[in-house]
Design a protein around this ligand. Sequence first.
Ligand code: PHE
Length: 455
Amino acid sequence: MATTSEFSSKIGLIAATVGSAVGLGNVWRFPAETQAHGGAAFLLVYVICVLLFGIPVMLGEFSIGRAGKSDAIDSYKKLSPGKPWWISGFLGIVCSYLILTFYMVVSGWTLEYLYQSLSGELFAPIPGVEEGSNLQFADRMQEYVGGVWPPMIWTWITIAVCGGVLCMGVQKGIERASNILMPLLFVILIILCINAMSLPKAAEGLEYFFNPNFSKITPKVCISALGQAFFSLSLGMGTLITYGSYFRKDTNLTRTAFTVSLLDMAVAILVGMIIFPGVMSFGLEGESFDGSALVFVTFPEIFNNMWCPQLWSSLFFILLAVAALTSSISIAEVSIAYFSSHFNLKRVPATCVVLVPLVLLSSLSSLSNGVLSDWTIFGYTIFGACDAVTANIIMPLGALIMAIYLGWFAPKNLMKDQLTNGGTIRNPLAGTVMFLLKWVTPILILVIFIASLFT
Ligand code: PHE
């Protein structure tokens, strides 16, 4: 069944797609990966990965979606009937659903931290812990995340907010919310960045972030940078196939892909320009950003050293909540689009079919950080298992099948037609994109996939 929804304007289309791309991946995962993999060296490889692999794969997803005019599975079925390529879309839907189970939980944490920042609770002293000590925020985080009701209730609130937007549909829900929220995100980001530049050791932070030491570029750094590029650009999960099916016939896909990727990269870089000056200025270099520590411990510590911590912290958690919500919405849309087009369901029932079971699954995921931490699968908690299985196995596998399809088995003129809007616009990059999709992308994804199985 074809989709009939479309984004109504160019700006709305960009806002929604950037809303999907800019998420926890930019604010949380990117600085942690940068710190773990050699600072500026990682940034350099990341930028190359976005330009050389991210943009062509994004164009591939847009093309499948806009040509198939359907959800992530049925678009493949329409383009190549009777062939098994739809399995890539199926893996995308499974992966996106598993990701939602923990993405909603972390999005819920950001709402709680926003609430605590606004109320000032976040900076109130904890009995028995010295005020301003680094333990203050680490303790608070552990206690909160391991609790039963508060993180679960905030997860439900997140699901309800996303559900509300999703029920309103593509134009009135997703597009309208993105049109309001994305400019807000950029304004806050710039304010925080200007403030970070006024910190005492801003220059040292920028030096660490921007001055690459080429000897630090190793295969592991490259693999991590490519994984980060895929996650951050929302690739390999059917999200951009689904959004691509809402693009208009006259949308210039190449321009859209460049705009979205550059804005996504700009957000990650601006976040780096906030965190690294803060870390250097307040002597937090030795801390690890791993896991949840960066956003829920290191950032509050930085703000606590500034004047009016509540103000900066509130702005930051508004930013993070906006980023998390618009991405959650796009991840859920993959399944909602499938149920509504495949089973011919209206928006509201399709949204309920997807989100009601998610309430249960994400509650389990939330509890697995505390009372259910003993429930493990191969040594992972439910929360950790969903993260590991999606990022390391299902997502690269789905992306690999898609890349092989696009490079070798898709209808001959699919990409060419989509990149030139049926020959109506010139596209000097079409040949390069097709070459990369045919030769470079599948090989690289295969290498990463194999490497990720062994690391
Ligand atoms: N790109 C989002 C982020 O950076 C995550 C995401 C992945 C969203 C895949 C949609 C699909 O957080």
